[in-house]
Design a protein around this ligand. Sequence first.
Ligand code: FAD
Length: 300
Amino acid sequence: MNFFNKLIAVSLPIVPKAIVRKVSARYIAGDTLADAVHVVRGLNAEGAMATVDVLGEYITSLSQAEENTEYSCEVLKTIEREKIDSNLSIKLTSLGLDLDPEACEKNVLRILENARDHGNIFVRFDMENSPYTTRTIELHNKLKNKFNVGVVLQAYMRRTENDIHDLIKTGAKNIRLCKGIYIESETIAFKGREEIRNNYLKCLELALSNGLYVGIATHDEMLVHGAKNILKKLGLRKDRYEFQMLLGVTEPMRRQLIAEGHRLRVYVPFGADWYGYSIRRLKENPSMAGHIFKAIFTGR
Ligand SMILES: Cc1cc2nc3c(=O)[nH]c(=O)nc-3n(C[C@H](O)[C@H](O)[C@H](O)COP(=O)(O)OP(=O)(O)OC[C@H]3O[C@@H](n4cnc5c(N)ncnc54)[C@H](O)[C@@H]3O)c2cc1C
């Protein structure tokens, strides 16, 4: 990251929300479920699948958790009714994990029962920061034989290779592998760009060669290239994995992968609680400083 991007990254909390909203618009489908459906239809027309996420995390009351649960159920009903090619991603903290783990589990169950009743839609448990890793994996493991679910693992976490071994042993079927987005301490996480990449490819090969279906979630050209080499080496059929990308990121690479015949899914977040997600995306955008200056000085 260059000097101006670093400066903007640390100054983001004081950038007016209206500017953040403007420059992060490409990463978010919109405020409403109808906006998300519209975006998913466009992606489906391009040959991409989707996973919809209701924005919101780290809530402060159980009534918010219930509202989020209700909204996710509404998304599932809509996916079936509108016949769009999408599944659902959920964050356990938005469903009450921090406030009351039992209430959170009830909310998750409600979502999974709805997913089952609306055409057995797949539900992905997103992975948040390290205080939640074990609990997210445990809840996934508890429910994985009864419902169509999968969990996310982060290649920057030193524990991930072991987690994959455990998931294989306990008969898990489906993971998403990403680098990881939260700030973690060096004692538990790899920090260097190359060591994270190396661990990503090592974990990917371990998972794929043991029969796990993997959502290969990255926009890093080196990793996409490395993943293709592993797929070729293992001779895997195209229905044993998919590439995954975030809405608004590296669209040419997304189109290229689809043109090559790979399954590709786009993560489509929507909702009123857009701020935290937008800040994380902006910090990862190598041209962020330029976008923010342009928005501040030209209003575009
Ligand atoms: C489908 C999906 C689901 C995810 N789910 C989770 C999750 O559950 N938990 C979690 O911790 N993380 C999740 N992530 C985020 C992930 O951990 C990374 O933070 C993020 O994908 C960036 O890593 P990268 O592999 O793309 O590599 P990077 O090195 O960050 O990016 C590679 C290149 O992609 C481009 N790029 C990346 N981000 C942007 C951006 N915002 N704007 C413009 N260009 C960009 C740039 O050209 C950059 O050089 C998910 C990512 C994806 C794709």
